[in-house]
Write a protein that binds this ligand. Structure first.
Ligand code: DGL
Length: 265
C-alpha cells in the first residue's frame, strides 16, 4: 500500500496549485489527479450537487487504488465536510489545514477568508477558526470573478482589470484591519501578488494548498503510509472533458510544464 498513489481531486484544474505544493513537500510520492473539467465550476452550485459530484470524484480515485484522498477544492471541502466518513482511506480537505495555519499566524485576532460563493455561504472556515479560538473575529468575502480571471490569464498584479477586481472585492476586508487572509480557493494563490500588493505586505496570506500538502504529509506519516521506494514520484492526470487544452491551462496552476500522462475518463 505504501507505493500506491495519493489521489487528489478538484472541480477542475485549479487543484494543481495543491499538487505543486505536494510535489515539493512529498517528492517521493506518486500522485493521481482528477479534475472534473466537464462540470467545473462547482463554486456556483448547490450543496446537494457539490456533494454528489464530490462522492463521484472520490470514487473514481478509489477505483485507481489510491492510498489517501485529498479534496484540493475549497468548495468541496467546505460543503462536504463528512466525505471522510464514507471513504476507506485517509482523507483531508483544505479547511482544517488552512484554518489552523491562520489561527497560528494571526497576531491581532482578525482573519479574513476569501473563496467561491459556495465556500463563503457554507461558513466552514469561520466555524473551524472559531472552534479553534472563539476570540478570533472572522471576515468573509466571496470573490467569484477571481476564478475566470485566473483561468483567462489575468494574473499580473499590474494589470488594470486585476487591480480593479481585487480592490472591489477586498475593500471591506482591508477596512476591517485583518492581519491574516486565507486564500480559500484553488485559484487564488495565482493572484497572491495582486492581493498582497493591495492589502499590504504586513497581511499574511495563507495558501490552502500549501497548508494541505503539509497536513497530508503528517497524515500519511501517522498512518505509516509514506512511500519507502526512495525514487522520485510520478504524476498521472485524469480529466472528465477533453485533454486538448489541458497542458496549457495546467501550466498556469503548476507553474511549470506538465510532466506526466494525461487521460480523459
Ligand atoms: N476549485 C474551486 C475551489 O477551490 C474553484 C473553481 C470552482 O468554482 O469549481 O473552490
Amino acid at each position: 500500500m505504501n507505493e500506491a498513489a495519493i489521489g487528489v481531486f478538484d472541480s477542475g484544474l485549479g487543484g494543481l496549485t495543491a499538487v505543486k505544493e505536494l510535489t515539493k513537500v512529498l517528492p517521493m510520492e506518486n500522485i493521481i489527479y482528477f479534475g472534473d473539467t466537464a462540470r467545473v465550476p462547482y463554486g456556483t452550485r448547490s450543496r446537494e450537487t457539490i456533494k454528489k459530484y464530490a462522492e463521484q470524484d472520490a470514487s473514481f480515485l478509489l477505483s485507481k487504488g489510491v492510498k489517501m484522498i485529498i479534496a484540493a477544492c475549497g468548495t468541496v471541502s467546505s460543503n462536504v465536510p463528512d466525505l471522510a466518513d464514507i471513504l476507506p482511506v485517509p482523507f483531508t480537505g483544505v479547511i482544517t489545514p488552512a484554518a489552523t495555519a491562520a489561527v497560528q499566524a494571526t497576531k491581532n485576532g482578525r482573519i479574513g477568508v476569501i473563496g467561491t460563493s459556495a465556500t463563503i455561504k457554507s461558513g466552514a472556515y469561520k466555524r473551524e477558526i472559531q472552534k479553534q479560538n472563539d476570540r478570533i473575529s472572522v471576515y468573509q468575502q466571496d470573490c467569484p470573478l477571481f476564478v475566470p480571471l485566473v483561468e483567462n490569464g489575468f494574473i499580473d498584479k499590474n494589470d488594470e482589470i486585476v487591480r480593479l477586481v481585487v480592490q472591489r472585492y477586498l475593500e471591506e476586508l482591508k477596512s476591517e484591519n485583518i492581519d491574516t487572509l486565507i486564500l480559500g480557493c484553488t485559484h487564488f494563490p495565482i493572484i497572491a501578488d495582486a492581493v498582497s500588493e493591495y492589502l499590504g505586505r504586513s497581511v499574511t496570506l495563507i495558501d490552502s494548498g500549501r497548508e494541505t500538502a503539509l497536513f497530508a504529509a503528517n497524515l500519511l506519516n501517522k498512518n505509516k503510509l509514506l512511500s519507502t521506494s526512495g525514487s522520485i514520484g510520478q504524476c498521472r492526470y485524469y480529466v472528465s472533458d477533453t485533454v486538448e487544452s489541458f497542458r496549457h491551462t495546467a501550466e498556469i496552476f503548476l507553474g511549470k510544464s506538465v510532466d506526466g500522462e494525461v487521460y480523459k475518463t
